[in-house]
Design a protein. Structure first.
Length: 243
């Protein structure tokens, strides 16, 4: 079965049709830049545009960077605040005319990695983190997701950790990979201490550059890049849409 997977990020939405049996993209992914925070209605129209690009009819899965309960968005740290409390599954469904499933973006990436990627056939506790505009997390025990974990919002100096350790924070503060990795290392040490994962998987755009920064981390836990790199969110959003 094929599903259009869409990953809503801080500065763009990206999507591609996905074969959910194999996890393979069926076409090159398409990206729509969103330099300003789109309102829910504008986002729905952007999703419609993405579907039109692929002449898509059929189910759509959307990963959103916030807590998602059912089809309802509960938090929106880096996107428009009007998403909070919105049944976005319904709105996106109405505007596209298709059935739309909604999932947290990092949970989506984790689902793809555990099914097909770096966490495939692994038991125990796996923590996936995405470093982008924010920091997303997905926690798995024996392949089963604990939904909506929000470890990017652990507090450091009274602010969300993502304010210091996201990829956006690296750019904002003009940090080298080594300088940034030092902060990421301290952050990951906290997570190691409280969660004791057996594997950490890293997604988000910056996972493609893992060779530049993994070597600066001082961890007890094995750490690997997401096998799908930045496409994990698209694949997982598609997977989550049809249960
Ligand atoms: C949000 C998470 C999201 C992460 C990555 C955070 O600000 O609260 O839900 O997974 O950013 O996009």
């Amino acid at each position: 079965m094929n599903v259009l997977g869409i990953d809503i990020g801080g500065s763009a939405l990206k999507g591609a049709p996905v074969n959910i049996k194999t996890g393979k993209l069926l076409a090159e992914r398409h990206r729509i830049h969103t330099p300003k925070a789109l309102s829910p209605k504008e986002m729905a129209l952007a999703i419609k545009e993405l579907a039109a690009h692929f002449k898509w009819t059929g189910p759509i899965g959307v990963g959103f960077p916030g807590v998602v309960h059912g089809g309802v968005i509960r938090t929106s740290a880096n996107l428009h605040k009007d998403f909070i409390g919105l049944d976005a599954s319904r709105l996106f469904g109405k505007v596209t005319g298709e059935k739309v499933g909604l999932v947290n973006d990092a949970d989506a990436a984790g689902l793809a990695e555990v099914r097909f990627g770096a966490g495939k056939n692994r038991k125990g506790t796996i923590l996936l983190l995405t470093f982008g505009t924010g920091v997303g997390s997905a926690l798995f025990v024996d392949g089963k997701l604990y939904p909506n974990s929000e470890f990017g919002h652990l507090s450091i100096d009274g602010k969300s950790a993502e304010h210091f350790v996201s990829a956006a924070a690296k750019d904002r503060q003009k940090l080298s990979y080594k300088q940034w990795a030092k902060k990421v290392s301290a952050y990951l040490n906290q997570l190691e201490t409280v969660l004791c994962p057996e594997l950490i998987i890293v997604g988000g755009g910056i996972s493609a550059d893992h060779e530049k920064w993994f070597r600066h981390l001082k961890l007890r836990t094995p750490i690997v890049p997401a096998a799908f790199l930045n496409e994990a969110g698209i694949v997982g959003a598609a997977l989550a849409a049809v249960k």
